[in-house]
Design a protein around this ligand. Structure first.
Ligand code: R5P
Length: 299
């Protein structure tokens, strides 16, 4: 079998190192710097010829810089004649702009996936990419991992004793999966977002009373926090005893944390796809390692 090396990108939040440890693979730290004029520079300082190069780069803020750095890393890796290139992108930025919602917009994620392929990537692993179907734009092997098991482990105290709430129909499959693992009931809200202002409104998807039980809201991303804050208001006004929020990717821009606390959210659980010091963070490295083995065997 061809051996693999892990190339730790400029934004791996420790996942590259953890993966290398977990899978007993060589870890290569890249050289990276910002040039005086604002451009990015990277260099791979070790030989990788005939090895499978596994690049780990999460696309958290500043997203645009991390995307350019990833493209540069792929090109630098390709120049060293690896056997194949596998991308591990724990947080795939722009995944929510998966289509042209209004005339004249870009289909951002489709473009990014084409760029990664065009730069030289053969396979891609990511975590909870908003709409997994949009990954088919990447013409290579693709795996999207749902970290639901990590959430159910973190929430074991609530097994059989809480209600899982999807704040919109897009999160319903996650709510069902978490409810099934935790043996809890689930329900959902319907969300409407104004395409121009981004303002959202939520309404009940079905009649439901939370009967003084804790409510666990689950979503893929917390960006401004508006979705989970409005869902929290709904849950509290329908007899939830407390509200816990879980999401794969905690961007939590600006004063999001403060607003979530003010709304009465008692706990926030996420993963380390994005650095976050305010939430309970579950490590996705082992989950990625399990899936990386499958990809490596198939290349
Ligand atoms: C949208 O459909 C996503 O699944 C999230 O619900 C949304 O992106 C969260 O954004 P925000 O935190 O800004 O409401």
């Amino acid at each position: 079998m061809v051996s693999a090396v892990i190339i730790d990108g400029t934004a791996s939040n420790g996942i590259g190192k953890a993966l290398a440890n977990e899978m007993k693979l060589q870890l290569i730290n890249i050289e990276a710097k910002d040039l005086p004029d604002g451009e990015s520079y990277v260099r791979i300082p070790k030989a990788i010829s005939n090895k499978i190069a596994v690049i780990v780069q999460s696309l958290y803020p500043p997203q645009n810089k991390h995307i350019v750095e990833l493209l540069l890393i792929i090109d630098a890796v390709k120049s060293l004649n690896p056997n194949k290139i596998v991308l591990i992108i724990p947080y795939l930025a722009y995944a929510r702009q998966n289509k042209r919602f209004m005339t004249g917009e870009p289909a951002s994620i489709q473009l990014l996936l084409r760029l990664f392929k065009c730069a030289g990537a053969h396979a891609l692993i990511t975590i909870d990419p908003h709409k997994p179907k949009s990954l088919t734009m990447f013409k290579g092997k693709v795996l999207a991992i749902e970290p639901i098991r990590l959430f159910s482990d973190a929430l074991s105290a609530y097994k059989g004793k809480a209600v899982i709430l999807a704040p919109d129909v897009g999160a319903l499959s996650k709510a069902k999966a978490l409810a099934s693992l935790m043996e809890n009931k689930f329900t959902f809200l319907e969300k409407d977002r104004d395409k121009k202002t981004g303002m959202i409104s939520l309404k009940a998807g079905q009649n439901f009373n939370f009967e003084k039980l804790p409510v666990i809201i689950i979503d893929d991303v917390i960006s401004t926090g508006s979705t989970v804050i409005q869902a929290t208001r709904f849950a509290k006004s329908h007899d939830a005893s407390k509200v816990i929020v879980v999401a794969s990717h905690l961007i939590m821009a600006g004063d999001c944390y403060k607003r979530m606390k003010t709304a009465g959210i008692s706990k926030i659980i996420g993963t380390n796809t994005i650095p976050n010091s305010k939430a309970l963070v579950q490590d996705v490295s082992k989950l990625i390692a399990e899936n990386l083995k499958t990809i490596l065997d198939s290349l």
